[in-house]
Design a protein around this ligand. Structure first.
Ligand SMILES: Cc1cc2nc3c(=O)[nH]c(=O)nc-3n(C[C@H](O)[C@H](O)[C@H](O)COP(=O)(O)OP(=O)(O)OC[C@H]3O[C@@H](n4cnc5c(N)ncnc54)[C@H](O)[C@@H]3O)c2cc1C
Ligand code: FES
Length: 285
């Protein structure tokens, strides 16, 4: 990947200019997460890769990085899943259909989907990690003939925190994906599996170590245990991808907020190979 040097980046004023995008749909998914559908008024597509993110700007409030959770194979609009945690995300939660916000991007380095073509795929997502994972999941399902077997494991803390419920039903019923979900803390209605996401590994058939690519997206604590399970199945480190959310400000390699060791996560990530991440111990500890 080619990256700009600092002076080139500083003169690229366009990198800081948001493009107006209109909210064309809003769906409250849980108490904390909302799903936004967005489109540019001129009808052009976002043209992203699965795993990339955008900077969302709310006029007079600020900006924040959010993963694109829809696939580029569905170019009519793009989707963002936003958890309400602070000022910018609270304003995002107040948006209504027809409102206009600013979008910078797509930004960052997503999944190299060409490298995934022809391979068996295992996606392991925890918590809000299902948001960036969904872009890739939709991509694999839309381009199904390009991939081998497709396994998807998803863990949430409780049933009320499960995201994309309509998708979960589709994935559960689809012959195109071997999907399993679990929650750490069940409620009285929950009839599914209970336990942390690594317990779902017992649902998997034997994986072919040379033909399987693994994508792990979730909180750092989950990441460590999932990678141990994957390595125990003799999957090489170079076949493991993960997505890393460092704190970011500019999103374009200028401010240094996302720096881990000598790497700017906004430019070289958020998607990394496991081998790269191991070298960035600071980022995962
Ligand atoms: C590449 C990338 C992709 C992301 N994708 C998504 C996404 O798809 N959906 C989503 O809801 N969020 C995502 N985030 C996190 C999101 O950017 C932050 O939650 C947001 O910036 C918070 O802004 P705020 O003004 O609402 O809260 P702030 O007032 O800035 O912060 C409120 C609280 O959230 C904490 N916080 C802020 N940023 C982060 C962060 N990056 N990670 C963990 N805690 C944080 C702060 O420490 C504070 O406790 C992503 C972050 C990155 C870097
Ligand atoms: S967010 Fe500014 S350098 Fe990465």
């Amino acid at each position: 990947m080619t990256t700009m040097n600092t002076s080139e980046r500083e003169t690229s004023a366009d990198l800081y200019v948001p493009t107006p995008a209109r909210v064309i749909g809003v769906q409250q998914m849980t108490d904390l997460e909302v799903l936004l559908q967005l489109a540019f008024d001129d009808g052009r597509a976002l043209e992203h890769h699965p795993g990339q993110f955008v900077q969302v700007s709310i006029l007079g409030v600020g900006e924040c990085p959010i993963s694109i959770c829809s696939s580029p194979t569905r170019p009519e609009h793009f989707e963002l899943c936003v958890r309400r945690v602070g000022e910018v995300t609270t304003h995002i939660h107040q948006l209504k259909e027809g409102d206009v916000i600013g979008i910078r991007g797509p930004l960052g380095h997503g999944f190299d989907v060409a490298e995934l073509h022809g391979k068996d795929i295992l996606v392991v997502a925890g918590g809000l990690g299902i948001a960036p994972a969904r872009s890739l999941i939709q991509y694999v399902l839309d381009e199904r003939e390009r991939f081998g077997t497709f396994h998807l494991l998803y863990g949430a803390r409780s049933p009320s925190e499960l995201l994309y419920r309509e998708d979960l039903t589709l994935w559960r019923e689809s012959p195109d994906v071997n999907f399993h979900a679990t929650v750490d803390q069940p409620d009285e209605q929950w009839r599914g599996r209970t336990g942390v996401v690594t317990t779902l590994f017992r649902e998997l058939p034997q994986l072919n170590p040379t033909e399987t690519m693994v994508i792990v997206i979730g909180p750092p604590v989950m990441f460590k245990f999932v990678v141990l399970e994957v390595l125990a199945r003799r999957i090489p480190q170079k076949s493991i991808y993960c997505s890393l959310e460092r704190r970011m400000k500019c999103g374009v390699g200028i401010c240094g907020h996302c720096q881990a060791n000598n790497v700017y996560a906004c430019l070289e990530g958020p998607v990394f190979k496991y081998g790269q991440l191991k070298a960035l111990r600071e980022a995962i500890e």
